[in-house]
Design a protein around this ligand. Structure first.
Ligand SMILES: O=C(CO)[C@H](O)[C@H](O)COP(=O)(O)O
Length: 160
């Protein structure tokens, strides 16, 4: 679950009870990320930590060894159909270099035209709304997104 909410602390238990297996919250939305990470784990869920475009990756870095997934927003949170922010890719690259086995997700404006940039930077989890929903062939868009990411990941592991 990507909790794009204020006060993410209050939804941990309800989400766990509802059956969520991962709880992603925004770093900007909490004063105590360490306590929230601990609470999510104690409630049996994986931890995702998201940053908005205006938040530098250095704020996320201290928590990166304690989380399962880092989410780099590639649009301002709010709604689908926005333009992909390519200038977020250095954040993804930096995280991939520093934390080779961390799951890194990108969300916002991701589709066939932008997936190569995301995959080459090191993203391995993709949120894609409009590009799939507005396509006449959603299945082939999903396959393309998936294949580009797996090929880039395979290349990275061979290069290591
Ligand atoms: O919720 C979002 C932003 O707040 C997402 O970016 C959105 O759901 C993904 O859609 P799209 O691929 O159209 O950007």
């Amino acid at each position: 679950m990507h909790m794009m909410v204020a006060k993410p602390e209050q939804w941990v238990k309800p989400m766990a009870v509802a059956g969520a297996n991962q709880y992603t919250f925004h770093l900007e939305a909490t004063d105590n990320p360490g306590a929230l990470i601990k609470d999510v784990r104690e409630n049996g869920m994986k931890v995702g930590l998201a940053i908005k475009p205006g938040t530098t990756v250095e704020y996320l870095a201290p928590w990166a060894n304690q989380i399962d997934m880092a989410l780099v927003m590639t649009v301002e949170p709010g709604f689908g159909g926005q333009k992909f922010m390519e200038d977020m890719m250095p954040k993804v690259q930096w995280l991939r270099t520093q934390f080779p086995s961390l799951d890194i997700e990108v969300d916002g404006g991701v589709g066939p035209d932008t997936i190569h940039k995301c995959a080459e930077a090191g993203a391995n989890m993709i949120v894609s709304g409009s590009a799939i929903m507005k396509s006449t062939d959603p299945r082939s868009v999903i396959n393309l997104l998936r294949n580009v990411c797996s090929e880039a990941a395979q290349k990275r592991s061979l290069d290591r």
